[in-house]
Write a protein that binds this ligand. Structure first.
Ligand SMILES: Cc1ncc(COP(=O)(O)O)c(C=O)c1O
Length: 426
């Protein structure tokens, strides 16, 4: 999270840079702070787990020896390297167990972004006569920016819209697929709202038209059950740092028989599908993280969901003029995207930051102006609400006491910012 700067007048200015005019001064905090519940000044309440997660201690313990003692190259002929290759095979099996697929269908990459790029560009490379990609307007930039780049290289991109709750129009999906379509890429769950798409149904529609189907499951993996054995999904992306493994490791599941060109040419690693010496500690860490996710998923997600629901209920009760963004039924159990009308999400974040609370906002400073996120715009969230959106995303490390603290702080911040808002009718 960016840290705010305190000005001489005691107010807090934005984090976008010295020339930024996207928001006015944010009020001095001293009187607000005195009205707040007491908190350990050093403690951080981390509710930004869709951005990244804390690496689980058991994961760290599993990967550490592969940084210090067992540093061999898994491609080496000697036993020292061979032991590492065995451990990679174990990690591959653990990831496959979480996804319900075969270990040889797991391709290790460096991140979710690389997995998405590989799926899309790797498919286009083996289908040179097909020039169209169908996707949605609410994808992560890892997919959308890749598609926009491909558009500049002569491909045609068709983006399906969503309704006010973030649901996809499946009739539109069928209508957009044609003979020129190489691949359809639709995310499993949205990173901003948590909305879950009916991916198995979508995969079946796409398959019935003879087209390759990829899903970006970076936010879904580890949070909801996935069983690729029973689905028509051809490729699926996940990212280690979203499920308590470190940054720098990702996976692309590639169904047996699905053709893709390698994204990185080089050595024969990953069965010739991705060159480059493996990120051994990252792979081992991801394997352990997947094992833990599978072992604790039901119990943990029930607890995380009840914490999320508690926070949601308390905020709806204590803050007038706020609304939940996204389908409340079909949502990741950890995600709460909530709009506070008439105030700016970034101002809320800066004040939350003063209390050690980490969350995200649905608007970002682009060229000196605050722009609501492309996801909320695609959903048609009204301007005043889209600007005031905050995403809280929880994990197994959050507690009820943290939820209660945030629920106590938020109405005070909201009231203070509304006192200054020109949009509030008085
Ligand atoms: C839905 C989704 N896809 C892709 C990515 C990119 O993953 P990575 O940070 O591992 O490149 C993210 C990261 O936030 C994401 O939320």
């Amino acid at each position: 999270m960016s840290s705010p700067k305190t000005t001489r007048s005691g107010s807090v200015s934005g984090s976008c840079g010295p020339d930024c005019t996207c928001r006015g001064p944010i009020p001095a905090l001293d009187d607000l702070r005195s009205a707040m519940p007491k908190q350990d000044p050093k403690s951080v309440i981390y509710m930004d787990n869709n951005a990244t997660t804390r690496v689980d201690e058991q994961v760290v313990a599993e990967m550490l020896p592969y940084l210090t003692e067992q540093y061999g190259n898994p491609s080496s002929m000697h036993t020292f390297g061979g032991q590492v290759a065995h451990k990679i095979a174990e990690a591959r099996q653990r990831v496959a167990d979480l996804l319900g697929c075969l270990p040889e269908e797991i391709l290790f990459t460096s991140c979710g972004t690389e997995s998405d790029n590989t799926a899309i560009k790797g498919t286009l490379a083996v289908l040179p006569n097909k020039r169209k990609i169908v996707t949605t307007r609410v994808e992560h930039p890892a997919v959308l920016t890749t598609c926009r780049d491909l558009e500049r290289h002569g491909y045609s991109i068709s983006e399906i819209g969503v309704d006010r709750q973030g649901n996809l129009n499946l009739d539109e999906l069928g209508f957009r697929i044609d003979d020129n379509t190489a691949i359809v890429s639709v995310m499993y769950a949205n990173n901003e709202t948590g909305v879950i798409f009916p991916i198995d149904e979508i995969a079946s529609i796409v398959h019935s038209r003879g087209v390759v189907f990829h899903t970006d499951a970076v936010q879904a993996a580890g949070k909801i059950p996935l069983n690729l054995r029973n689905s028509a999904i051809d490729m699926l992306s996940l990212s280690g740092h979203k499920l308590h493994a470190p940054k720098g490791i990702g996976v692309l599941y590639v169904r047996k028989g699905t053709r893709i060109a390698p994204f990185l040419h080089g050595g024969h690693q990953e069965s010739g599908r991705r060159g480059g010496t493996e990120n051994v500690p990252g792979i081992i860490a991801l394997g352990k993280a997947c094992e833990l996710a599978l072992k604790y998923r039901v119990e943990e997600n029930t607890r995380v969901k009840s914490l999320r629901d508690r926070l949601e209920a308390k905020l709806l009760a204590s803050c007038p003029d706020c609304m939940i963004n996204g389908n409340p039924e079909h949502r990741l159990p950890n995600t709460l995207n909530i709009s506070f009308e008439y105030i700016e999400g970034e101002a809320i974040l800066l004040l939350l930051n003063q209390f050690g609370i980490c969350a995200s906002s649905g608007s970002a400073c682009t060229s000196g102006a605050l722009e609501p996120s492309h996801v909320l715009r695609a959903m048609g969230v009204p301007f005043t609400a889209a600007h005031g959106s905050i995403r809280f995303s929880l994990s197994r490390f959050n507690t009820e006491a943290e939820v209660d603290f945030v629920a106590e702080v938020m109405p005070k911040i909201v009231n203070r910012l509304r006192e200054l808002s020109p949009f509030v009718k008085r």
